[in-house]
Unconditional design. Structure first.
Lengths: 112, 111
């Protein structure tokens, strides 16, 4: 049973560029959340998608946007990249009515 | 505002030397408190969920406990493979779409 799959695993982008990260949730899960984890910090909530809509958003600017597809997979898009966007981006999936998330291994984004 | 504070930031133990990690939280109604283990460059791996004060859960050398204001992760006779960052997170009752994480405790167990 595959867990949460994220791609790519590593990415280097130049300041001002745009990036798209992808996530396939664990089988049976219908909700996808995205987190940003800076080095030495705990994950911070970006937003959550359910039924192809953004259900809730954390304290992140509009440069961060997302999408959920009918098969529950999700994308995270970041526009106009800043150096401070360098972080590990984690996707977590869950099932409606249950507690706790299953995390993927993350995408390491480096902005130069 | 919901807050999660973990201490210590880093902990170095000798193999077999038991200790505890602390997670203090402030939340308007707790839906659940979660412990995760995170290895370098990897995503968090689920360990435990605790729902109410007085609850305890165990897994191998790890035992998690919960009070109304804090949770402890007790590590008994740790081994080098227990070295990792341990993250605590709370999910509030009023908002079960968000999980608020602490900064973690980086545990190193030396042989």
């Amino acid at each position: 049973d595959a867990g949460v799959t994220q791609s790519p695993t590593h990415l280097i982008k130049t300041r001002g560029q745009q990036v798209t990260l992808r996530c396939s949730p664990k089988s049976g899960h219908d909700t996808v959340s995205w987190y940003q984890q800076a080095l030495g910090q705990g994950p911070q909530f970006i937003f959550q998608y359910y039924e192809e809509e953004e259900r809730q958003r954390g304290n992140f600017p509009d440069r961060f946007s997302g999408h959920q597809f009918p098969n529950y997979s999700s994308e995270l898009n970041v526009n106009a990249l800043l150096l401070g966007d360098s972080a590990l981006y984690l996707c977590a999936s869950s099932s409606t009515g249950t507690y706790g998330y299953t995390f993927g291994s993350g995408t390491r984004l480096t902005v130069v | 505002e919901d807050q999660v504070t973990q201490s210590p930031e880093a902990l170095r133990l000798q193999e077999g030397e038991s200790s505890s990690l602390n997670c203090s939280y402030t939340v308007s109604g707790l839906r659940g408190l979660f412990w995760y283990r995170q290895d370098p460059g990897k995503g968090p791996e689920f360990l435990f969920t605790l729902y109410s004060a007085g609850e305890e859960k165990e897994k191998e050398r790890l035992k998690a406990t919960l009070t109304k204001k804090e949770s402890f992760l007790h590590i008994t006779a740790p081994k080098p493979e227990d070295s990792a960052t341990y993250l605590c997170a709370v999910q509030p009752e009023y908002n079960n779409n968000d999980m608020r994480f602490g900064a973690g405790t980086r545990l190193t167990v030396k042989p």
